[in-house]
Write a protein that binds this ligand. Structure first.
Ligand code: NAD
Length: 480
């Protein structure tokens, strides 16, 4: 089986301990490559390389840094077919989704920050005739970047690109569940002429290689996307070391559907927001709150369309849902269907492993699942499932919808469907989420602040917010 390698100090290398573990293809339910089981020695080597590269990279002109990032973006574009195929195989997602979303967005991330850095400016504060203050925004040092498995290259590059653009060097770890496209990115960086040690990609397990990044004294800032429990551990571990932290964590996003919405537009988008990427997008709406006068019409049409979704071969362009990412994850999602039943829920569609024959007979496929009849306070409606499972909940008033939407510990994203402009503004203002979409979902402008509130995270990514995170502001006050 192919052995993936770490990318340290500009070279592809084996892990220090020489140990590997299996990388599974979720649609096949079989291992197909081997992942370096890196440990603190590999993180130490990557950190040394990043430390040595920092003075060179941070002092390079912005234009030179931008050129390299744009070359990486161009190479992602040139290799997009191979990258999309690898992402689909590694993650189980439909190839079409990787071709149209994951890989174009990874390319866009490098392009966006490769150009964004050219426009990044800092403030000045005049004190009239007395003095002038100006803010220097300087690169900090080594950024530790850790990403999850659901949008592998997309989220990995979303951190790495701004960290590098701002002049930092990076020690990064992709998810051990989906490492392949990050491995391919190593070669792209080599081919793009990235100076050695500027970006280091170390593969391995979270509690081992990942924890070594968090604990390393020479890595002063951490950008993490993943689960809330992991984020909590990272916050606890990094706080005594006073590390700068950006945490993008879990969600339990509400879709609030008022009876006056554009029904067809809402229906099409709600299908997508429920089941895109098998429901494994942190922004997916998993609690669908529906105004009672629309409830039966919504339920009938939604369930009909959900039952018509095609689950199966990720390479078939007509497939709507591929495999979920792993066997333990599939089992976790199925366990929530059982919890929902115990809590009194009725399964209206799905609820089981999907039987796909032939080469996919061992794959981790789940039927898209719709459940009703549950209180908004129950576990099914409070805990993140992160799979193709949604619940339907009726509401009577705007106040009740907002109360239920805000009732979880999470606060990442929300969607509101209404044709009443005043209500749209009012509800958006009242929702405890970092992102509120009105009459749309996952419509992204990379310049906007991205992130969650409450247990969904700390800090914002996107636009200049990320460049601010990856730089340290210093005020210089000059007396006239
Ligand atoms: P996870 O927390 O298990 O793992 C995420 C990453 O952290 C992986 O690379 C993993 O190896 C690493 N990790 C695990 N333990 C670690 C430790 N102790 N120290 C350092 N690193 C460690 O999450 P996951 O299962 O890969 O991803 C799913 C979760 O990610 C969901 O909760 C989802 O909502 C969330 N997510 C959030 C966003 C967002 O933008 N808010 C985006 C995508 C996914």
């Amino acid at each position: 089986m192919e052995k993936l390698q770490n990318y340290i100090n500009g070279a592809l290398v084996a892990p220090a301990g020489g140990e590997y573990f299996e990388n599974m293809a979720p649609a096949l339910g079989k291992p197909y490559s081997l992942i370096p089981d890196s440990d603190e020695r590999d993180i130490a080597a990557a950190t040394e390389a990043a430390k040595a590269a920092f003075p060179i990279w941070s002092k390079m002109s912005i234009q030179e840094r931008s050129d390299i990032l744009l070359r990486i973006a161009a190479l992602i574009g040139e290799r997009s077919e191979a990258l999309a195929a690898a992402e689909s195989k590694d993650n189980g997602k439909p190839l079409k989704l990787a071709q149209t979303v994951d890989i174009p967005r990874a390319q866009a991330n490098f392009h966006f920050y490769g150009t964004g850095i050219l426009h990044f400016a800092s403030e000045s504060h005049s004190m009239g005739d007395l003095a002038i203050n100006y803010t220097l925004r300087q690169p900090i040092g080594i950024a530790g970047c850790i990403s999850p498995w659901n949008l592998p290259l997309y989220l990995f590059s979303w951190k790495i690109a701004p960290a590098l653009a701002a002049g930092n060097t990076v020690v990064a770890k992709p998810s051990e569940v989906t490492p392949y496209t990050a491995y391919m990115l190593s070669q792209i960086c080599i081919d793009a002429g990235m100076p050695k040690g500027v970006l280091n990609i170390v593969h391995g397990l979270g509690p081992k290689a990942g924890a070594a990044i968090i604990e390393h004294d020479d890595i002063p800032m951490i950008s993490f996307t993943g689960g809330t429990a992991t984020g909590e551990w990272i916050a606890r571990t990094a706080a005594p070391k006073f590390k700068k932290l950006s945490l993008e964590l879990g969600g339990k996003n509400p879709n609030i559907i008022f009876a006056d919405c554009d029904f067809e537009d809402m229906m099409k988008t709600t299908l997508r927001s429920s089941f895109a990427n098998q429901g494994q997008i942190c922004l997916c709406g998993s609690r669908i709150l529906i105004e009672r006068s629309l409830y039966n019409r919504f339920k009938e049409e939604f369930v009909k369309r959900v039952k018509a979704l095609k689950v199966g071969d990720p390479n078939d362009p007509t497939t709507n849902l591929g495999a979920v990412v792993s066997k333990p994850h599939m089992e976790k999602v199925l366990s929530y269907v059982e919890i929902a039943k115990e809590e009194g829920g009725t399964v209206l569609a799905g609820g089981k492993r999907a039987a796909i024959g032939g080469e996919f007979s061992e794959g981790y496929f789940l039927e898209p699942t719709v459940i009703e009849g549950l209180a908004h306070t129950c576990r099914t409606n409070q805990e993140e499932i992160f799979g193709p499972v949604v619940t339907l909940i009726p509401f009577d008033t705007e106040e009740e919808a907002i109360m239920m939407a805000n009732s979880t510990k999470y606060g990442l994203a929300s969607s509101v469907w209404t044709s009443d402009l005043k209500r749209a503004h009012r509800v958006a203002r009242e929702l405890h989420t970092g992102i509120a979409w009105i009459n749309c979902w996952l419509l992204r402008d990379l310049r906007t602040p991205f992130g969650g509130v409450k247990s969904s995270g700390v800090g914002r990514e996107g636009g200049f917010e990320a460049l601010q995170f990856f730089t340290e502001p210093k005020n210089v006050c000059i007396k006239y």
